[in-house]
Design a protein around this ligand. Sequence first.
Ligand code: MN
Length: 210
Amino acid sequence: MLFGTIAPVMESSPESRTIEAVSTVLIAAPVNLNWSQGGMTGGAVRESVKRLGDLKGIFRDEDAWGAMDPNTEVYRVRWWPAVPHGEEGGLFWGVTVLQPGKVGREYFMTHGHFHADRTRAEYYATAAGRGILVRMGTEWRTWGENMSPNTLHYIRGEHAHRVVNVGDDPLIFWACWGSDAGYDYETIRQNGFGASVMERDGAPAIVAHE
Ligand code: MN
């Protein structure tokens, strides 16, 4: 895709306002999106894949996790770091494709994190699939928000966030977040979330931990 950029209009004199030179420069967009399939292409796009083997300690049923193929893809993130990581005031843009599946009775999900800078918020916009956005505030207070095609979620900077695929198809959601948000995975690694999304009688249920 090409975007036209119109150069400033040059005036020969304020009186005549004659246009002396107009030029059009075509600049290729650095990144192109496939909204419905979670595609991002362009030389600046980065990609990372998380497999079951990378998610040790995240799922409740360690035995079920250990019995599964560690190479099973759980999710794939593509993003455009338009500015250097950590740059103040910049924005990143990305998409996550989260596969359907379960470890025991617990649905496939992302690792989940707080932002290192608790003032930095994030948008999630769902393109395809069915999921639950799990959010956690202070003292492990945890709740879920339904994700389905075209839902938009604003995640306050102080909330931990994780996404769970409770459907039968890949869950695809777009995200925009601050380049200076950073990641705090350690708090989740040590304490987890206050609840898990498990299958109960064939339907997803948010199960609080005691
Ligand atoms: Mn985030």
